[in-house]
Write a protein that binds this ligand. Structure first.
Ligand SMILES: Cc1cc2nc3c(=O)[nH]c(=O)nc-3n(C[C@H](O)[C@H](O)[C@H](O)COP(=O)(O)OP(=O)(O)OC[C@H]3O[C@@H](n4cnc5c(N)ncnc54)[C@H](O)[C@@H]3O)c2cc1C
Length: 314
């Protein structure tokens, strides 16, 4: 069987193995079911998954991929992702096992590793009396993923607390992108093609700890009822909220709550969530997404834009 680079798959695997055995410090897995690495629990196999431990690993990995012409895809916690059923060719760079450091600086600033989980950062900033990221108390995912998605809730967004990001460029070279060049917008940041965020430079406001604790508790409580009721694997909101109305309301008004396609269903609790009720395939989710878009367009004249990222082969 030929791969994306036109090589025989066995031959390609040997090349990957030789490289990784010689240089790479992190874990490397082959033929990895992406369903084990996404919150929707859906997705075919990735040829290779590598877990870089530090900048050295990342530099070697990216230089290797570039030299051999192997494609790569960056993965955080996979909580905003739908991987197609044919899986991902090339290397999935899993950022969740390295880059977990946080350097606390004066003036409410911190440099936060891309692999740090958002809820963990919320707890650590809260305990230091640093305010600004309370909104993320219940958003799963990594700092790297949150910056790329400009994750947000309850009126807060990553752009409010990010001053810039350290990156590994296409060939692994280090770089820094200031906030002014990230062009943050709704659930989006612009990064140079192929760049991997390694750390975010963040700034918080010094506030009373009790005040911060109260805010974090309030946001957690607000979500608790919904998230525990959803009760099936999901990837959060499937579509962005258009200006006219929340996507969930439009989908509900189009009569699609509970609509099923194979193992995928529009959540009965929150219509902008598609849930995996068991054995769902990416094809089911994509068909359901197409149906939702058609129905909302025909009933309300609104074009829904996906918020989740869809990757891989059919
Ligand atoms: C139950 C639930 C609730 C959610 N609630 C919210 C919410 O309220 N608000 C919200 O905004 N989102 C929400 N989400 C979506 C998701 O949690 C966020 O978008 C999160 O920030 C994604 O982080 P991740 O590490 O899982 O990224 P992934 O899903 O792994 O990746 C997302 C994108 O970022 C890229 N990426 C990841 N890491 C890096 C990196 N280091 N460098 C470069 N690119 C990278 C990936 O290639 C991909 O394109 C929710 C999801 C779930 C399951």
């Amino acid at each position: 069987m030929k791969s994306a680079t036109g090589k025989n798959k066995g031959e390609e695997k040997v090349q990957y193995s030789l490289f990784f055995i010689q240089r790479f410090k992190g874990k490397v897995l082959f033929n990895v079911p992406m369903s084990e690495y996404t919150s929707l629990r859906i997705g075919g196999p990735a040829d290779v998954m590598a877990f870089p431990q530090d900048e050295g690993d990342l530099k070697d990995l990216m230089a290797f991929a570039e030299a051999k012409g192997f494609p790569f895809y960056v993965l955080g916690s996979g909580t905003n992702l739908l991987v197609r059923d044919g899986g991902i060719r090339g290397i999935v760079v899993n950022m969740t096992e390295g880059f977990k450091d946080i350097t606390w600086l004066d003036g409410g600033k911190a440099i936060v590793g891309a692999g740090v989980k958002l809820p963990d950062l919320v707890v650590q900033t809260r305990d230091r009396g640093l305010s600004g990221i309370e909104f993320a108390a219940n958003i799963p995912g990594t700092i790297g993923g949150a910056v790329c998605m400009n994750a947000g809730a309850y009126g807060g967004e990553m752009k409010d607390v990010v001053e810039g990001v350290e990156i590994a460029g296409r060939k692994g070279q280090k770089g820094f992108i200031p906030k002014s060049e990230l062009n943050f917008s709704y659930r989006r940041a612009s990064l140079p093609k192929g760049a991997i965020v390694t750390r975010a430079h963040m700034v918080f406001e010094l506030r009373d700890i009790e005040e911060i604790k109260a805010k974090v508790t309030e946001f957690r409580e607000k979500r608790k009822a919904t998230s525990s009721a959803i009760n099936f694997p999901n990837a959060g909101s499937i579509f962005k909220n258009p200006e006219s109305a929340p996507a969930g309301r439009l989908i509900e008004e189009a009569g699609l709550k509970g609509e099923k396609m194979g193992g995928a269903a529009v959540s009965e609790v929150h219509a902008n969530y598609i849930v995996n009720t068991g054995g769902a395939r990416a094809k089911d989710v994509l068909t359901l997404m197409a149906l939702i878009r058609d129905r909302v367009f025909s009933t309300r004249g609104v074009v829904l834009e996906p918020e989740i990222k869809v990757v891989g082969e059919d």
